[in-house]
Design a protein around this ligand. Structure first.
Ligand code: NAI
Ligand code: MG
Length: 353
């Protein structure tokens, strides 16, 4: 039996998360492994009900679970709060930090039938199958920061800070993932200008001997941004620091047709967190327009990375592929000639496959 903490959050979260839970229930019936789901408040929903974005009982539930499934947090309703109290900063960052989730895995895989949904040309996007391994608990987002008045006027700084051991653990994880895929690792940095990047590059060089079957390439982040839209099929596994990974993974999302297709896993601690890459999409919330596939594919990643149920994970991915091949599309993926469906209907179609 596995215990799964379910945190729907805000906006489209309460629409998409139940679809993923029902897919996991279907898997559970099929393979005879029991999942126990417990729901808890997070983000704006928690601010409204409890006055705090990450209530202690939610954190405690996550700690005592085997995995966490999260929807998304945030929305205009809470935008007027001071930055430190907002759902994203006050719930997501501490949740990742508290659970020790130093690695964010974001696969960008283009389903054949979605080639037309990508804004990029078919010849360019065909063959996209990459995974970005982003460092998640260090770098600019967590370094010392300040904004103040000085004699010369207002000033502000953020600090990019990395220790060798922080780099080592994420790089080793990326090598391990590359070894299970097509054995090619691209380490992305800005070593021509940043000192942290030079430490990053040296660390990769020192570790690569442990993984002789993996070929390694170093790439500057600006070039990587260009290569992602020029020739995405050249990439297998990309490993990079927190800020670069944040930006590159949103960019990579375009390759797959819609941000509504992109799952993620945050791992490294005793409990891992699975969530779609997108936010709470307040513009379409409550209208059954949201694509639940990113969340359903995040549940598949949970089966793979937390429960070692690789076959069940592959079965979900294949079911998603068949539903798309039959022409069913949520509005974000719609092109003329396809069949428009809502959030719950899409979830049901995947479960039927
Ligand atoms: P967003 O990802 O919520 O939305 C961007 C665009 O993509 C919108 O047009 C939205 O309708 C569309 N979209 C997103 N997910 C979709 C889905 N599953 N199906 C169909 N269309 C989808 O990003 P945005 O608008 O910048 O942020 C909205 C709120 O979400 C903000 O409060 C933001 O802070 C928060 N946010 C939360 C995240 C999280 O919980 N991990 C991540 C990113 C943003
Ligand atoms: Mg982002």
């Amino acid at each position: 039996m596995y215990k799964i903490a379910v945190l729907p959050g805000d906006g489209i979260g309460p629409e998409i998360v139940p679809e993923a839970v029902k897919v996991l229930e279907a898997v559970s019936r099929r393979v005879g492994i029991e999942f126990q789901f417990t729901e808890a408040l997070v983000g704006g929903a928690a601010i409204d009900a409890r006055g705090i974005a990450l209530p202690p009982e939610t954190l405690e539930l996550c700690r005592q679970s085997d995995a966490v499934l999260l929807g998304a947090v945030g929305g205009p309703k809470w935008d007027t709060l001071p930055p430190a109290e907002r759902p994203e900063t006050a719930a997501l960052l501490p949740l990742r930090k508290e659970l020790g989730l130093y690695a964010n895995l974001r696969p960008a895989f283009l389903y054949d039938s979605l080639v037309e949904a990508s804004p990029l040309k078919k010849e360019i996007v065909t063959g996209t199958d990459l995974i970005i391994v982003r460092e998640l608990t260090g770098g600019l987002y967590f370094g010392a920061k300040k904004r103040e008045q000085t004699a010369e006027g207002e000033m502000a700084y953020d600090t990019m800070y990395y220790t060798r051991s922080e780099i080592e653990r994420i790089v080793r994880l990326a090598f391990t993932i590359a070894r299970q895929r097509r054995c090619h690792l691209t380490s992305v940095d800005k070593a021509n200008v940043l000192t942290t990047s030079r430490l990053w590059r040296d660390t990769v060089e020192d570790i690569k001997g442990e993984f002789p079957e993996v070929t390694v390439e170093h790439m500057y982040v600006d070039n990587c941004a260009m290569q992602l839209v020029r020739r995405p099929a050249q990439f297998d596994v990309i490993v990079t620091e927190n800020t670069f990974g944040d930006i590159l993974s949103d960019q990579a999302s375009v390759l797959t047709g819609s941000i509504g297709m992109l799952p993620s896993a945050s791992i490294g601690g005793a409990v891992a967190l699975y969530e779609p890459c997108h936010g709470s999409a307040p513009d379409i919330a409550g209208q059954q327009k949201a694509n639940p596939l990113a969340t359903i594919l995040s549940a598949a990643m949970m089966l793979k990375y937390s429960f070692k149920m690789d076959q069940a994970a592959a079965a979900i991915e294949a079911a998603v592929g068949r539903v798309l091949a039959k022409g069913y599309r949520t509005p974000d993926l719609y092109v003329p000639g396809t069949q428009l469906v809502g959030t719950a209907e899409m979830g049901q179609l995947v479960r039927r496959e």
